[in-house]
Design a protein around this ligand. Structure first.
Ligand code: GLN
Length: 491
């Protein structure tokens, strides 16, 4: 390729699709370009826990045959990174935990199966906070991920690997999971698009469970259009997940009209904080002004209970996690430490296999569920959760969507918050309300502060993915933030 042509690793999904279909490039070239880039760049970034080089090259051959036969699906030949909480039959799946070191699932997650059936290319399993618990990816038992914009900073979490891989052009798109913000926050920190679908829109079958009433799988991409295409491939009912929703899947790309004139966009007073970074406020305000200039009507709304979302989340999510993680006992799979008695073996396996944050969550959750505290903590949190959801339901009578900053700060330096769980939990303050209410949210780049990306979050009613995609896309088209690429020396 000549210097004036974009590098293969720079192509968006939509661009790569055209280039593959017109035979301007081959699936093999596209795959190799990504594998070479991973080899060259990832040692300094740490986005991958396991690179699936051989699988990827085989998939590229099969994808090419399909393209040549004129039978390409939208993701045929597209290089993808998969967060390592998604089960894959042909690669280890560890949730970045020692307790699952080397574990090979006997089946694919439904989203993995769908991408496989479309002929996507699996580049590898992406790094994450252990069991998706964290906001900085520093809780990975194997290695931290570094932010491609500044290697001294975190990429966000828990899907730090999928976000950094897409930002650093080491994958065209990726899949992550979002329980309290783990797609949107790292997308924001890494300057890419991240979409958390409505609870139930995407099957959770084969997703290593963290908090089952909150977990949702979604895509990372370098454009809103790409995010729409990726969601199209994974959304829809799955008989293997009883919480997946049977509602028909709309054509997400068709929603990207570029026109948001007359839409009512809500601004919630509660999505501002004392001590918020001035650069984040400035970028958010400029984005809101841009939405207004594009013809949207701005409406002030109130979500009076959203201030309780964070404490409610940090009861609900650990409570569910403590139950979900009970299965890692060293008997059925993963790490197994031999000891004199079964009980001792449980204790030593879990004591050695789980990291500090995971243990903290299990203890918090077990406490919140224990008799005597169950009503005071867990049941109370469920009631507050209903109030949070109701606030949104009322807001939807007045607005089509709500915008907010994705996070109160830009990406922070590695180590800056790892000693203080409360400070770390505060990173999620603007993202957890959507999980508590089960609604969709998309993070889209909206400027820079301290040289680091700032992100705009668009929230909508349940199953209004077309609406939030449409708003994010119209905004994105009016700006050029996504055209900027990480410039740090390593990238
Ligand atoms: N950062 C939040 C937590 O630590 C959210 C994690 C997630 O969405 N998986 O729980």
């Amino acid at each position: 390729m000549s210097d004036t042509m974009p590098r293969l690793t720079d192509l968006t999904l939509a661009e790569a699709r055209r280039a593959l279909d017109t035979k301007a490039i081959s699936a093999n070239e596209l795959t190799r370009a990504h594998l070479e880039r991973i080899e060259a760049k990832d040692p300094r970034i740490g986005a991958y826990l396991h690179v699936m080089g051989e699988v990827a090259l085989e998939q590229a051959e099969a994808a090419q045959r399909r393209i040549d036969a004129g039978e390409a699906a939208p993701l045929t030949g597209i290089p993808v990174a998969l967060k390592d909480v998604l089960c894959t039959v042909d690669a280890p799946t560890t949730a970045a935990s020692r307790i699952l070191e080397g574990f090979r699932p006997p089946y694919d997650a439904t989203v993995v199966r769908r991408l496989r059936d479309e002929g996507a290319i699996f580049l590898g399993k992406a790094n994450t906070d252990e069991f998706a618990m964290g906001s900085s990816n520093e809780n990975s038992a194997y290695k931290p991920v570094r932010n491609p914009w500044d290697l001294s900073r975190v990429p966000g979490g828990s899907s730090g690997g999928p976000a950094a891989a897409v930002a650093a052009r080491m994958a065209t798109i990726s899949l992550g999971s979002d329980t309290g913000g783990s797609i949107r926050q790292p997308a924001g920190f890494c300057g890419v698009v991240g979409l958390k679908p409505t609870y139930g829109r995407v099957s959770r079958f084969g997703l290593l469970a963290f908090a089952s009433s909150l977990d949702q799988i979604g895509p990372f991409a370098r454009s809103v259009e790409d995010a729409a295409m990726a969601l199209q491939a994974i959304a829809g009912h799955d008989p293997l997940d009883s919480t997946s929703n049977p509602a028909p899947v709309p054509d997400y790309r068709a929603a990207l009209t570029g026109d948001i004139a007359g839409l009512r966009i809500g601004i919630a007073r509660e999505f501002t904080l004392e001590g918020m970074e001035p650069g984040v406020i400035a970028a958010f305000e400029a984005a809101v002004a841009r939405l207004e200039a594009l013809g949207a009507n701005l409406v002030e709304v109130s979500l009076p209970h959203s201030g309780y979302a964070l404490p409610t989340y940090y009861i609900t999510a650990p409570a569910e996690a403590s139950a979900n993680l009970a299965r890692y006992d060293g008997v059925k799979y993963g790490l197994s430490v031999e000891a004199g008695t079964l009980r001792e073996s449980y204790e030593r396996t879990r004591g050695e296999g789980f990291g500090e944050e995971v243990k903290r969550r299990i203890m918090l959750g077990t406490y919140a569920l224990s008799s005597g505290y169950y009503d005071a903590y867990y049941v109370k949190a469920q009631k507050v959760r209903t109030l949070i959801k109701r606030d949104f339901d009322e807001a939807w009578n007045r607005v089509d969507a709500i915008v907010a900053p994705t996070s109160p700060t830009v990406a922070f330096p590695l180590g800056a918050r790892s000693g203080d769980p409360y400070q770390m939990y505060l990173s999620d303050i603007f993202t957890v309300p959507a999980n508590m209410a089960g609604i969709p949210g998309i993070a889209v780049p909206c400027g820079f502060s301290e040289g680091m990306p700032v992100s705009l979050q668009v929230l909508g009613p349940a199953f209004a993915e077309p609406m939030i995609l449409r708003i994010a896309h119209a905004y994105e088209q009016s700006e050029s933030w996504l055209a900027r690429r990480p410039e740090s020396a390593a990238v």
